[in-house]
Write a protein that binds this ligand. Structure first.
Ligand code: ATP
Ligand code: MG
Length: 356
């Protein structure tokens, strides 16, 4: 059964349409990541699921039960806010114990201690339990806020960028922890981020949102390999996908000013007839240097550590090409390049939807 369902949800704040016809299912036990740029409507979506905000139109279901108008505390979701607030006068331990001591979830102190110890171990905050929040770094506070949601053992976690204040290393560790936590609990995670790497590594599925409109829902692989439109293609992946103007003509595909004529039947497997002008996308790792019949000029080499990005100039076009870190290229060098035929993606230049 789908655990959380949003159906045709609309939300407006004054002149701003924050969500437009949002329909989305989070499956039972799934880690679903809602990904999008700032202002996309991600927080609004979670607030509507949690009951902190009511939709103007449309429905929210949890476990098949319509939730419109149901108070937040009766929705059995734990919410980790983007701007988490800890009680400043309470120690970390008491902050963690707080929900369990409330009337709603009253729990016996021995059990509270057991749960807090477990959660503190997972989150690596055991040494902080007796401190007050103002003696914690931002990342430590964030982990305490996470812990406060975890001690309740809710079935559904709603998380709004809970790792944003952590440094890169801790964030990576926490990703692993969150993922295994979710597996062990069998809980449903509805997780918001604007970081596509986080989305790809955490999500069983990723839902991409832009300007209140859901763009695509799919596995990380689907979203990466077959983006539904130009927005998703650009937003997922770093560095960005290359885009070129393509002109299919007489069985050939001409690409921008690349002086290439590719055999159309090798690059286009779709059934429909292509329009006379298309947008062609190709990821940086799908351009191979040192092969092929035409050459470009190395304009810049960026060392990313694990690999390098070569900016290759062809005519007026600057291509991004991912190469292994051992590869040596010098600026000004002329290098042959090859586009991996099967990896070209075609988009309608007007609607920006992927063709195929
Ligand atoms: N209470 C509010 N009053 C007025 N406008 C709001 C309110 N809450 C959200 N908005 C607007 O709705 C839109 C969506 O906001 P939301 O907070 O959902 O975005 P977000 O995707 O979470 O962005 P971010 O990544 O910056 O957190 C934005 O344009 C925002 O300014
Ligand atoms: Mg937000």
């Amino acid at each position: 059964m789908a655990e959380v369902v949003l159906r045709d949800v609309e939300k407006r704040f004054g002149k701003i349409q924050a969500l437009r016809g949002m329909t989305l299912e989070v499956r039972d036990g799934e880690f679903l990541v809602l990904l999008g740029p700032t202002g996309a409507g991600k927080t609004t979506t979670l607030r509507i699921v949690s009951g902190l905000e009511e939709p103007d139109r449309g429905d929210v279901f949890i476990d098949g039960v319509r939730m419109n108008g149901v108070a937040p505390r009766d929705r059995n979701c734990a919410f980790v806010f983007q701007n988490y607030i800890l009680y400043p006068h309470l120690t970390v331990y008491d902050n963690l114990a707080f929900p369990l001591r409330s009337k709603l979830w009253r729990t016996e102190e021995g059990e509270i201690r057991k749960r807090i110890e477990h959660v503190a171990r997972v989150l690596k905050i055991e040494h902080l339990l007796q401190r007050k929040p103002d003696k914690l770094s931002g990342g430590e506070q964030q982990r305490v806020a996470l812990g406060r949601a975890m001690v309740r053992n809710p079935r559904i976690f709603l998380m709004d960028e809970p790792l944003s204040n952590l440094d890169a290393k801790l964030r990576e560790e926490m990703r692993v922890e969150l993922k295994s936590l979710q597996k062990n609990l069998g809980a449903t995670f509805f997780f918001v981020t604007h970081d596509h790497v986080e989305a790809m590594t955490l999500g069983d599925r990723v839902a991409v949102l832009n300007q209140g409109v859901l763009q695509q829902v799919g596995t990380p692989e689907e979203v990466y390999e077959y983006p539904a439109n130009v927005f998703v293609a650009r937003f997922v992946g770093n560095p960005e996908m290359n885009f070129l103007e393509g002109f299919p003509e007489g069985g050939k595909l001409y690409l921008g000013d690349l002086a290439l004529a590719l055999d159309l039947e090798k690059v286009w497997k779709g059934r429909e007839v292509l329009p006379s002008r298309v947008l062609v996308g190709i990821r940086p790792e799908n351009i191979l240097l040192g092969q092929g019949g035409t050459v470009g000029e190395v304009y810049l080499v960026e060392d990313l550590g694990a690999d390098k990005i070569v900016r290759l100039r062809v005519g007026e076009t600057l291509l991004r090409v991912r190469v292994p870190k051992e590869a040596e290229f010098s600026v000004g060098e002329k290098v042959p390049y090859l586009l991996v035929h099967e990896k070209l993606l075609f988009f309608d230049p007007i609607t920006e939807k992927r063709l195929g």
